[in-house]
Ligand binder design. Structure first.
Ligand code: FAD
Length: 341
């Protein structure tokens, strides 16, 4: 039988990770990534890329933990390989600090990151306004290099990449056997998902190579995340805002908040401002659907709505999406499959 044809819509971290998992679980598939934008023009390029999970209220914690663990394990292996610098993956240690002791002193992901423990009194002296803190080592993706590394890996396995805006998933039914929807916030329009909403985030990327440790304040509104070349300073969470224009007042506010956490940042240079729209939902939409028109059926797998945590759960959700693609392929009627191939 000829290769089943799979289209993945979207070339952010979720689309590229999903395409990679499909090539691994279904090596006989012919995989194509279709996207109106590629790196460096996706939301994923704006992200800080830290592996600290965001919580999805509509998804059981054990499932979220599994997604995070699979992602951590995958990226940890890259960080220990000669590909680490090209892929932009590195370990980073630091502090999560709180003005008051949080309700949950041990987050669900504390035994996945490395060396998680409460901060000592001596460590807390660095943060005179904070009374409680946790220290640990996690992974960080430098996002544009990581996306390019994923694209390179996909091309090396024969995956095609085409620039194309998809107006309706059904438009792909005559060319592909299965479509995977990884359109991020674009899914709001593409499939009319009213449960999906933007949470606007503005960040600064600065030159401050002397800052080596991450610092995250409380629930993560203010953060300092050092990457290989640049430090990401954040942030904002503006629910329902679709604006991609940087706001100069917000830039000053972010910089001041970060400097009060880490005064050494006052010497930061070469400040770039970026804005992205987190594709937010109560839970990631990770499910199969069968589109049907005039008696013709077209299987779809959705994998979007990762909100503030797409980098942290990319591999876990991509593996599940690839498993669902496998199920779709297994149920394709031989006759329609042959007709298309
Ligand atoms: P995107 O990156 O937006 O990709 C969607 C793709 O679909 C794009 O290529 C787009 O062009 C394409 N597309 C959309 N519609 C169509 C269409 N109709 N036809 C064709 N193509 C289409 N997460 C973390 O885990 N850690 C962090 O530290 C972190 N920091 C963040 C900081 C900020 C400021 C922001 C904004 C986000 C941050 N995130 C972080 C969240 C993370 O960026 C997202 O969860 C993730 O990027 C979502 O990836 P995605 O591939 O679903 O979406």
């Amino acid at each position: 039988m000829a290769a089943p044809k799979v289209a993945v819509v979207g070339a952010g971290v979720i689309g590229l990770s999903t395409a990679l998992c499909i090539t691994e679980t279904c090596p006989s598939c012919s995989v194509t990534v279709l996207s109106d934008q590629f790196s460096p023009n996706t939301t994923s390029d704006v992200a800080a890329g830290m592996l600290i999970p965001h919580t999805y209220p509509g998804t059981p914690i054990h499932v979220q933990k599994q997604w995070f663990k699979e992602t951590f394990t995958f990226l940890f292996a890259i960080s220990n390989s000669p590909e680490a610098s090209e892929a932009g993956i590195h370990l980073v240690s630091g502090w999560q600090v709180f003005k008051n002791t949080p309700k949950e002193e041990l987050p669900f992901w504390s035994d996945v990151v490395l060396g998680f423990r409460p901060m000592s009194e001596a460590e807390l002296q660095k943060f005179p306004e904070h009374r409680f803190g946790q220290t640990f080592t996690t992974l960080k993706c430098d996002c544009p290099p990581y996306l390019l590394w994923l694209e390179k890996r996909l091309k090396a396995t024969g995956v095609q990449m085409h620039t194309r805006k998809v107006a309706d998933l059904w438009d792909l039914h005559s060319e592909y056997n299965v479509v995977v929807n990884c359109a991020g916030i674009g899914a709001h329009q593409l499939v009319g998902d009213e449960k999906l909403f933007p949470v606007r985030g503005q960040v600064l990327k600065v030159h401050a190579p002397w800052v080596k440790n991450f610092i995250r304040d409380g629930d993560g509104l203010t953060y300092i995340y050092p990457g290989i070349h640049r430090v990401t300073l954040g942030g904002t969470r503006e629910k329902g805002s679709w604006s991609l224009s940087p706001d100069p007042g917000t830039t000053k506010d972010i910089f001041d908040r970060c400097c009060s956490l880490e005064p050494a940042l006052r010497g930061a240079r070469d400040i770039e401002v970026k804005v992205g729209l987190r594709p937010s939902r109560r839970c990631v939409r990770l499910q199969r659907e069968v589109l049907s028109r005039g008696g013709v059926k077209f299987p779809v797998v959705h994998n979007y709505g990762h909100g503030a945590g797409g980098f942290s759960v990319q591999r876990g959700t991509a593996k599940e999406a690839a498993r669902l693609v496998g199920e779709c392929i297994a149920t394709l009627p031989g006759s329609s499959l042959r007709a298309k191939l």
